[in-house]
Design a protein. Structure first.
Length: 149
C-alpha cells in the first residue's frame, strides 16, 4: 500500500481506539442503567457494536503491522505500481485512464484498480502500444495501452 494509505489507516485506528471506543463504552453504561440486562435490547445492541468495533480495530492493526509500502514506479516505459495508464477499449472504442494501486486503495468508481485484479495483473509490466486481453464473465475484453504516466 502507499504511504498515504498507511497514514489514513493509522489515523482511523487512533480514532477508533480513542473517540469511538469511549462512545461505545458510554452506550453500554447507559444501557446498563435501564435495569435487567436479560431483556435489555439497548444493552445487546451496544455490546454488538462493541464487538464490531473491536473486530475493526483488530483488522486495522493487522493491516498496519503487516503493511508493505510500495513506492510508485518512476518508469513510464512499463506499467507498474502507481502508474496512470490510458487504454482504449477496442470493442467500444473508448479511452479510459486507470491508476494502478494496491488492493487496500482500489476504488474502480474513481478509476483506481488493484494490481491484484485481473485487469491490473493484465496491465502490469506491459508497454505503450501493447494490446492485452482480459478474461471477464462477459467474455474476453481487449485493450490497447495508449500511454503510461
Amino acid at each position: 500500500m502507499s504511504e498515504e494509505r498507511l497514514d489514513e489507516l493509522k489515523e482511523e485506528l487512533v480514532y477508533l481506539q480513542t473517540v469511538r471506543e469511549k462512545e461505545v463504552a458510554q452506550q453500554i453504561k447507559e444501557a446498563r442503567s435501564f435495569g435487567d440486562l436479560t431483556e435489555n435490547s439497548e444493552y445487546d445492541e451496544a455490546k454488538t457494536e462493541q464487538a464490531k468495533l473491536y473486530t475493526k480495530i483488530a483488522e486495522i492493526k493487522n493491516l498496519v503491522e503487516n503493511a508493505e509500502i510500495v513506492v510508485a514506479s518512476d518508469k513510464t516505459d512499463v506499467v507498474g505500481m502507481g502508474s496512470k495508464v490510458t487504454v482504449r477499449d477496442l470493442e467500444r472504442k473508448e479511452d479510459i485512464t486507470y491508476e494502478i494501486v494496491g488492493s487496500q486503495e482500489a476504488d474502480p468508481a474513481i478509476s483506481r484498480i488493484s494490481d491484484d485484479s485481473p485487469f491490473g495483473r493484465g496491465l502490469m509490466d506491459k508497454k505503450k502500444g501493447d494490446t492485452i486481453e482480459i478474461e471477464a464473465p462477459v467474455g474476453t475484453l481487449k485493450f490497447k495501452i495508449l500511454s503510461i504516466e
